[in-house]
Ligand binder design. Structure first.
Ligand SMILES: C[S@@+](CC[C@H](N)C(=O)[O-])C[C@H]1O[C@@H](n2cnc3c(N)ncnc32)[C@H](O)[C@@H]1O
Length: 274
């Protein structure tokens, strides 16, 4: 399997793939009690931190209910590389409009020591060298501030991955390593420890309980690995049809559950290098 950096500007050219994912997570994610307490614990930690910077805010609502959304607080600055995601937040916002900026995580226009909390939820795996973005986050966090990063396990959604591998191999498409491997639940802590003195790793797990095959396929179509498997739309449709056959064969066309999981990293005491 080939590994290749995929420019997030290509993946996030429109807002619909991320909206599809956020909708799927908000409607169909069921997590165990331990994961729910992880999410609540982190949200409580953030409650009295101010101001908050959300790096890679996407459409403004995080996939996981970890911390505030861009619509919740006035002391919240949200940044993203994709103007399209920021526009979709602005267009769906009621007054007051959240503070939104088009900024790259690897070079942020904020002074040192400015934020009580910095969030990087499900975005560090899109940065070619995530340690540069983590160093930027550590720089702009106050000494008493906190950095929260969330990500997936690279073993997440094995049901979809297995079917995808089979379908792409049969059709002769492009099979790439999982994007999450750049910064996942398995290697994230290691990438954070040179930039924060204290890193706690909390796991989360659950299922995405889709009511039927069409919802799974809609979710699959929003994935990067579907998008990059073939260059032409006609080939991608062939892939989608074959995926439908494989998934129905394996799981039937009723409810289909995908196993998901990952990590939430809580980091304090940013390392200062003069
Ligand atoms: C999977 S989405 C996550 C969105 C949201 N944080 C969440 O938890 O659902 C990743 C987001 O990170 C943004 N992104 C990727 N690389 C970035 C970078 N270098 N700087 C800022 N944003 C970036 C993408 O445009 C996209 O909106």
């Amino acid at each position: 399997m080939r590994s290749q950096f995929i420019d997030p500007r290509y993946l996030y050219k429109t807002e619909s793939p991320l909206r599809t994912k956020v909708n799927a997570f908000s409607r169909y994610l069921i997590v165990d009690e331990a994961s729910r307490s992880v999410f609540n614990h982190v949200s409580q930690l953030l409650a009295d931190k101010s101001p908050i910077l959300d790096i890679g805010c996407g459409v403004g609502i995080p996939l996981l209910p970890v911390g505030p959304t861009v619509f919740d607080r006035q002391d919240f600055i949200a940044i993203d590389l994709s103007l399209r995601q920021l526009r979709s937040i602005r267009d769906s916002a009621k007054n007051p409009i959240p503070k939104l900026l088009q900024v790259d995580a690897i070079q942020m226009p904020f002074p040192d020591n400015s934020f009580g909390a910095v969030l990087a939820r499900h975005m560090l795996y899109h940065v070619h060298n995530p340690q540069i973005a983590i160093a930027e986050a550590a720089r702009v966090i106050r000494d008493d501030g906190i950095f929260i990063a969330t990500t997936n396990s690279s073993h997440s959604r094995p049901e979809l991955q297995d079917a995808h591998r089979e379908a792409v191999s049969e059709l002769g498409g492009r099979l790439l390593e999982r994007i999450s491997q750049v910064f996942d639940a398995e290697n994230g802590e290691h990438k954070l420890t040179s930039l924060f003195y204290r890193v706690r790793t909390l796991s989360w797990s659950g299922i995405l309980a889709f009511p039927d095959i069409s919802e799974v396929l809609e979710y699959y179509r929003s994935s990067a690995y579907y998008k990059i498997a073939f260059d032409s739309e006609a080939d991608r449709i062939r892939l989608l049809n074959l995926m439908a056959d494989i998934l129905i064969d394996r799981f039937g066309d009723g409810q289909i559950s995908l196993t998901v999981g990952g990590a939430v990293f809580i980091c304090d005491e940013p390392v200062r290098r003069d």
